[in-house]
Design a binder for this molecule. Structure first.
Ligand code: LLP
Length: 426
């Protein structure tokens, strides 16, 4: 994060607070959030897309303190389950600034969302349209909705997190005609308030041309709807997915670059199709919270394996960061508590779980004198690490410690063995 500095002894500090202090007060492993960094990323998106709406995608990382920060910075919030919705509401997020996603929202989730007055629900299937139409009729409410469409863009990212190709579970296909049918169904029933179309092409995307192709295809459908039904939908949502740098090899776009390209393509296409420019919204998750956190571990063992490489084991692992094992994701690591003049050695940072795939950082050069007791920081762990953390091997999940102006506070406390046992009622 931008608030990280190294002191004269080579120890890292975040917003003026040293990692040693964090270890002493909160223990390891811990996710450390630079709150000003998160807020400034939120503000950068808001400034770049001025006049449009930024929905922070809560799936990347959600807790009440982050909901409040997002609210204070004037962003909107995207939730995709009843649990995320409950977290948002309990933190006081204004419901009209919440969007509700998901390909299989239950009747009870939909009902709660409608009762809470969420600003919009992004509908994802004909079953859901039926369910929501019935609910809205019964409650006599005109719920605002967007229709999620898949535009057939092959986003260059891991296949599990690419979402706009045809053969996957999300949305209504534009090419296959389902999207147009879904729109017609909503317009014919005239119970739901159809505000626009939504497309999300995937996650950790660097090539912004994917968003341009998506915008073009969504707007072509918008024009088709206008021609066939005489309705100009006022909004368009192009989703999230903006890539961040996990290693020095990654070169992400800034919010300003993204805004330039996305706003321009929407303007140009609308001019070409003779459409009024709709209000745009986007849903960045990773790009706001990912770089704002790092994980602080303590090294437990250092093992040289037949001269191949050195395995450096830390006190967490795949339970606090599954992304390396799941997506073959790349991370970096650095000795955080001190400087070293020792030569670099090729190291693999691994966790304490009982399988060999329990890797946090595949390849990293660490100083040859790395040793038990050293602190290790892994940057870029704000998104999809705590939110995808598990209790594998009955390892309690780490806390999230937020630092701002030299002061730290726990915003998600460390799980305890008592927490784990509390669920075990047999
Ligand atoms: N909007 C929708 C509809 C989404 O499905 C997602 C992410 C986002 C926005 C936010 O995408 P972001 O800006 O954070 O890339 N667990 C995976 C990522 C899954 C993303 C799922 N949807 C990972 O760790 O890479």
């Amino acid at each position: 994060p931008s608030g990280v500095t190294r002191d004269e002894r080579g120890a890292l500090a975040v917003a003026g607070l040293s990692v040693e202090r964090i270890r002493a007060e909160y223990g390891t492993p811990a996710y450390v959030l630079d709150e000003d960094d998160l807020r400034s990323r939120a503000r950068d998106f808001k400034a770049a897309f001025a006049g449009h709406d930024i929905y922070y995608a809560g799936k990347a990382f959600l807790c009440r303190a982050v909901v409040r920060a997002i609210d204070e910075e004037g962003l909107f919030l995207d939730v995709c389950t009843g649990g995320e919705l409950a977290t948002a509401l309990s933190a006081g997020m204004p419901p009209e600034r919440i969007g509700f996603h998901g390909n299989n929202k239950s009747l009870s989730e939909l009902s709660r969302a409608v009762d809470a007055g969420v600003g919009r629900i992004i509908v994802d299937s004909f079953d859901e349209i039926d369910r929501l139409t019935a609910l809205a009729r019964e409650k006599n409410i005109r719920q605002a909705v967007l229709v999620r469409v898949t535009v057939g863009v092959e986003a260059h990212t891991h296949e599990f997190i690419a979402t706009a190709h045809e053969d996957q579970k999300f949305g209504f296909s534009v090419g296959g005609g389902a999207a147009f049918k879904a729109v017609c169904k909503i317009l014919d029933d005239d119970v739901l308030d159809l505000r626009g179309l939504h497309s999300h092409i995937g996650s950790q995307i660097f090539d912004a041309s994917g968003f341009e192709v998506a915008a073009r295809r969504v707007l072509a459908l918008q024009a088709q709807i206008r021609d066939a039904r005489g309705v100009e939908l006022p909004e368009i949502d192009l989703g999230g997915g903006f890539g961040i740098a996990y290693t020095t090899q990654d070169d992400p776009s800034t919010p300003a670059d993204l805004a330039d390209r996305m706003l321009k393509i929407v303007d140009d296409e609308c001019a070409a199709l003779d459409l009024a420019t709709p209000k745009l919204s986007i849903e960045p998750g990773r790009a706001i919270v990912g770089p704002a956190m790092f994980t602080l571990y303590e090294v437990g063992t250092v093992k040289d394996v037949d001269g191949l490489r050195t395995y450096v084991s830390v006190d967490g692992g795949m339970s606090d960061n599954i992304r390396t094992a799941l997506y073959d994701a790349s991370y970096s690591a650095t000795v955080a508590g001190r400087a070293s003049t020792a030569d670099p050695i090729l190291a693999r940072v691994v966790g304490k779980h009982c399988e060999s795939g329990d890797i946090v950082v595949k390849d990293e050069f660490l100083p040859a004198d790395v040793q038990p007791g050293d602190l290790l920081a892994v940057p870029g762990t704000g998104a999809y690490c705590r939110s995808m953390a598990s209790n594998y091997n009955h390892v309690p999940r780490p806390p999230v410690v937020a630092v701002r102006g030299g002061e730290a506070r726990v915003i998600v406390r460390r799980e305890t063995e008592a927490d784990l046992l509390a669920l075990d009622v047999g």
